[in-house]
Design a protein around this ligand. Sequence first.
Ligand code: SAH
Length: 232
Amino acid sequence: MNIDEFKLEVNKLGINVTSLEFDKLEKYYDLLVEWNEKINLTAITLKKDVYLKHFYDSLTINKIIDLSEIDTLCDLGTGAGFPGIVLKIFFPQLKLTLVDALNKRIKFLEIVVNELSLDNVALVHARAEEYGKENRECFDVVTARALSSFPILLEYGIPLLKINGHLIAMRGLNDSDEGINALNVLNSKINKIIEFKLPYENSQRTLIDVVKLDKTSMKYPRKFVEIKKNNL
Ligand code: SAH
């Protein structure tokens, strides 16, 4: 999608793109392409593809949750910053925490945060399940795009949420059925599911909004070997 198409489609999501946000996206794109030559950040580098599959795709979250009044958000397995950095550009009031297991991606995000002058962003080099052991009930919203199977993602994300907080899983195909047991064990439930196709290239997208109903047992998240051996 070209820039005009991007602005039009983002408007349809209910989000306005002013020059302030657009300048930050342009800078982000330049940094992504520059650093991608040194460290592996993304397979998608053509400008029209980055605007569609990374920038626009990150903003589709607005179909399922209004982030304009949200205070704390944690993006798990953020990679090169999707959706976390894009959300911070458009919802600057967010107190954002970005978590990734690969330190080189966290180093890249430090550069992005500095160059784009983003405030209130914490960058955490950790595995989600280890971070979740220590940081319980801290966040209003947890997001994760293209991370793990749905039950594993629930085990990573739900412990971090405050009660009544929302986990927004951004996925391709709808695999929400796999999470029935995990949702029960983790005292949470699916609030809403939205399925749609990405414009222009028509690939399938699913947004799953999970709400935390009650405290999570201290047993979770377990160590990765246990999670892997025995999915909830
Ligand atoms: N959310 C980004 C990246 C998806 S790829 C996007 O949609 O573009 C998955 C990312 O999660 C990788 O950067 C990987 O390093 C990270 N990751 C995988 N397992 C993780 C874990 N258990 N804890 C934290 N990060 C993890």
